[in-house]
Design a protein around this ligand. Structure first.
Ligand code: GAP
Length: 464
């Protein structure tokens, strides 16, 4: 079972402290979200899983953390200044501002229909550039072009401009990749669906450099690899599928892009509308390293980039060839991954009193809290003291919390709902036998374990 819709996760997130609307006390700011105590842990655990899998468990990837604000020329030569835009239309009947490429088309006359009121009375499309503008330094005015800069709309460009730095300092040979996690910003025309499409979000991107003839094979290997990684997060294969972008949909730099889609909208009757992009894996060819290099020339012999001071080509000592490597780019959104993980982990179960309980069946690796230590009687100082000590002893090796703010049934239910794999209960008998009850989130089964073996018992099960 997965969540029946995104709304279920919105309300769980707010109720339990995963995600809150940003600037809420001032009426919010459309589609801006803050990650609360549990949300920040879940997001960090997803990012750590990705980083470990990509950077530590492979021998061919280096990490990077490049600046959010770069020289404006980066965005000029990447093509973003000229082409990173959405076609914007206004509905003349209801005044909604819409993205033309996301509207349904009436099959009878091929005209786009307003998603708000159904009208076909739309203005001609205008290109709307999605990059957020800012000024750097003490600019004379807001429209001082010499101070103009952008908030990056993707982390990728910081990787391309550092290609030579990383190559030279790490003494890498092709094929190798550079990985980066960081914020990106897009002034989306139609943000929405909770954290699915926002104007500020986080990406986990790999730019993998290879010989041109190897690119199709490497592309396929990354697709297979990411299918496995996403499933390792607990997301069911039946809620995932691939989508091959058409020639018309491809970004200006891409030869082939395959999106991995997740069933974000299971409530929609039309099955084909249940899916949307979780991540994309593109073959960016040698486009990026070429356009940022000082040497390449156009058909008339003019440098395509007269501003760059560097040539980002690669010399292969084995074949004595110099060329611009091809790039395979797996690009994943942290926020969409978090949403998919929560939706897929969501389960409702009826207990023997007929009450419906929510269980977030997160993989232990991703769970914000690994174990909750609960005293059965909070008015008994010895029990409280023992529970607090157990929590303190567990804390260095796993995220543990102590909670005595309710009856045991309520405390279990609260931990189930936030995905805590284990609850440890300290009772009167614990004072006699130095043992505790360990309750499993998924089966609700209970086991008596001695305090001395508790840490290794939990560690074994958490690492499964
Ligand atoms: N460097 C390539 C690139 O940025 P993209 O398909 O535009 O490609 C990659 O973005 C991923 O970033 C998407 O698959 C999605 O997970 C995430 N993403 C993009 N725009 C987003 C937005 N407005 N809100 C949340 N996540 C977004």
């Amino acid at each position: 079972m997965a969540a029946p819709n995104i709304e279920t996760i919105v309300s769980l997130s707010k109720r339990r402290g995963f995600v809150f609307p940003a600037s809420d006390i001032y009426g919010g700011l459309g589609s801006s979200w803050d990650y609360g105590p549990l949300g920040v842990e879940l997001a960090n655990n997803i990012k750590n899983s990705w980083w470990r899998w990509v950077v530590y468990e492979r021998d061919d990837i280096e990490g990077l953390d490049s600046a959010i604000i770069q020289n404006r020329l980066v965005w000029k030569y990447s093509g973003h200044e000229a082409t990173f835009s959405d076609p914007l239309v206004d509905c003349r009947d209801c005044n909604a501002r819409l993205r033309l490429d996301k509207l349904d088309v009436d099959p009878e006359d091929s005209k786009a229909m307003c998603s708000n009121c159904g009208s076909k009375n739309l203005t001609d499309p205008k290109d709307f550039n999605l990059m957020f503008r800012t000024t750097v330094g003490a600019a004379s005015s807001d429209d001082d072009e010499s101070a103009l800069a952008y908030l990056r709309p993707e982390t990728a460009q910081g990787i391309f401009t550092n290609f030579k730095n990383v190559l030279d300092t790490s003494r890498r040979k092709l094929p190798f990749g550079i990985a980066q996690i960081g914020k990106a910003f897009r002034n989306e025309v139609t943000p929405g669906n909770f954290i699915f499409r926002t104007r500020e979000f986080e990406q986990m991107e790999i730019e993998y450099f290879c010989r041109p003839e190897d690119a199709p094979r490497v592309h396929q290997e990354w697709l297979d690899g990411f299918d496995n990684w996403i499933e390792s997060l607990g997301i069911s294969a039946s809620n995932l599928k691939h989508y091959e972008q058409t020639k018309e949909e491809l970004a200006h730099y891409s030869e082939r892009t395959v999106d991995i889609l997740y069933r974000f909208f299971p409530e929609r009757e039309d099955e084909s509308k249940q899916w949307d992009e979780l991540m994309g894996i593109a073959n960016r060819t040698d486009y990026d390293l070429r356009v940022h290099s000082k040497k390449p020339e156009d058909a008339e012999g003019k440098r395509i980039n007269p501003d760059s001071t560097e040539d980002l080509s690669y010399f292969d000592p084995q074949t004595n060839e110099r060329f611009y490597p091809y790039i395979i780019e797996p690009s994943t959104g942290v926020n969409r991954t978090l949403l998919a993980v929560m939706m897929d982990a969501y389960e409702e179960r009826t207990n023997d009193k007929g009450e419906v309980r929510v269980i977030l069946k997160l993989k232990p690796e991703l769970a914000p809290i690994k174990v909750a230590v609960l005293p059965l009687a909070k008015n008994k100082p010895e029990i409280v003291e023992m529970a607090r000590k157990i929590k303190k002893d567990l804390q260095p090796s796993m995220r543990a919390v102590y909670d005595d703010t309710g009856g045991i049934g309520k405390l279990y239910a609260r931990q189930d709902e936030i995905g805590t794999p284990f609850c440890v209960t300290v009772d009167h008998e614990s004072l006699e036998d130095n043992a505790v009850t360990v309750r499993d989130r998924d089966t609700w089964s209970q086991e008596r374990i001695t305090v001395d073996s508790l840490k290794s018992y939990l560690a074994d099960r958490l690492n499964k």
